[in-house]
Design a protein around this ligand. Structure first.
Ligand SMILES: [Zn+2]
Length: 157
């Protein structure tokens, strides 16, 4: 008698984030840890020291987790819903990172992030959370893309 094996998942597309090694990232976060991220002049009260990408991550101004919701239902002003996704990553952009971009700048942080290689979709929730669709980026590559976006001069105002 032969073994009859059926792949139950064959019809389900897997939207799990890719692991490092299976990714197509152009760079990973360790190559940027000592790079300085400038503050947005309008956002800084005192003469604060420049902050490196590594310090920003260490103080939890920047973090990443796998997406909690792969799909989100977004509603416009008329209450019409739209299913948006897939999302792979959930970025935390906390208080320290808040000083690094200006809402009145010619380029917004989400736009700068969307311009990074491998980033397909951004949904900004509240101030600190960005949902990102990036099917080919691992966590370290996604962090690198976010650091690059935070270093973009046009978000500084
Ligand atoms: Zn990677």
């Amino acid at each position: 008698m032969g073994i009859f094996r059926r792949n139950k998942r064959s019809s389900v597309v897997d939207h799990s984030p890719v692991s490092r090694g299976d990714c197509a990232c152009t760079e990973h976060i360790e190559s940027l840890l000592t790079d300085v991220v400038a503050f947005a002049p309008a956002m800084v009260m005192d003469d604060e020291d420049d902050m490196t990408v590594g310090a920003l991550i260490e103080c939890q101004g920047l973090g990443i987790e796998p997406a909690d919701d792969v799909w989100m239902n977004l509603f416009d002003q008329d209450g019409l819903g739209e299913r948006v996704g897939p999302f792979h990553w959930r970025l935390w952009v906390g208080d320290e990172a808040r000083c690094m971009y200006d809402d009145d700048a010619p380029l917004q942080l989400n736009e700068a992030l969307l311009a990074q290689p491998g980033v397909d979709l951004i949904e900004w929730e509240d101030r600190e959370i960005l949902h990102v669709g990036a099917p080919t980026l691992c966590a370290d590559g996604m962090l690198a893309a976010t650091a690059r976006a935070l270093m973009e001069p046009r978000i500084k105002g």
